[in-house]
Design a protein. Structure first.
Length: 232
């Protein structure tokens, strides 16, 4: 007589699996999207968070960094932040927190966010062709070049004063909806006040550089939230 034996999983295995998911480890199901979300979550803590910290390091001491010049400034600051990213990687599990699972509805909302901003980017791209990558990375702010630099007010800068930070905030929302880890939501919610403080620090420096011209720009154009009713 043949005896068929069926292995019944031990309850502790289920608990361990649940614990792994809540600790931020990739799930054992092998589903591709779950692993993609996990990797994106780790990326957020290793890159996005240090990227915010970068501007907190630069803006308050811009005059000192300017004496060093852009190459040495970026070498020092980026080396420090790379080291921080390595440390963050060691505690990625607790930082990611609970895995809320793959949610295709949230992913669809995220794609809608991305599509809207891609459309806006294409709409204003023709007005921003003069903005080089160096300018967008803040190189002029760290340069001791002679002569007065021009204040950029055209294109998207007619809508908000800090489009790059606004994009970073909205992209963070879209990113968090895809990743759907509790810790990533906390990270990107925390990014909103952090980005606001960064704009305040940056504008202190811009007032020093451009004076009344920048104060007038502040009065005419909102910081981060567009005035959609304005059609000029």
């Amino acid at each position: 007589m043949a005896v068929t034996m069926t292995r019944v999983g031990h309850p502790s295995e289920s608990l361990m699996y649940s614990s792994d998911r809540n600790a931020g480890h990739p799930p054992a199901s092998g589903r591709v999207m779950d692993h993609v979300r996990y990797l994106l979550g780790v990326f957020a803590f290793m890159v996005y968070a240090p990227g915010l910290l970068f501007w907190f390091v630069i803006h308050p001491w811009a005059r000192w960094w300017r004496k060093l010049g852009p190459p040495r400034t970026y070498l020092i600051a980026c080396s420090m932040l790379a080291a921080l990213g390595v440390l963050v990687f060691q505690v990625r599990g607790p930082l990611l927190g609970r895995d809320l699972g793959t949610n295709w509805t949230l992913i669809g909302v995220s794609l809608l966010f991305c599509g809207t901003f891609a459309w806006l980017g294409l709409r204003y791209a023709r007005h921003m062709s003069h903005l080089s990558l160096a300018m967008r990375m803040g190189v002029p702010e760290l340069s001791c070049a002679e002569g007065r630099q021009a204040l950029v007010r055209d294109g998207i800068y007619r809508v908000v004063r800090h489009p790059v930070y606004l994009t970073a905030a909205v992209a963070g929302i879209a990113f968090a909806l895809v990743v759907n880890y509790l810790g990533v939501y906390i990270l990107f919610v925390s990014a909103f006040p952090a980005l606001y403080v960064i704009t305040v620090l940056e504008e202190h420096e811009l007032i020093e550089r451009f004076g009344e011209e920048y104060r007038r720009y502040q009065r005419e154009v909102p910081r981060l939230i567009p005035r959609w009713q304005k059609t000029s």
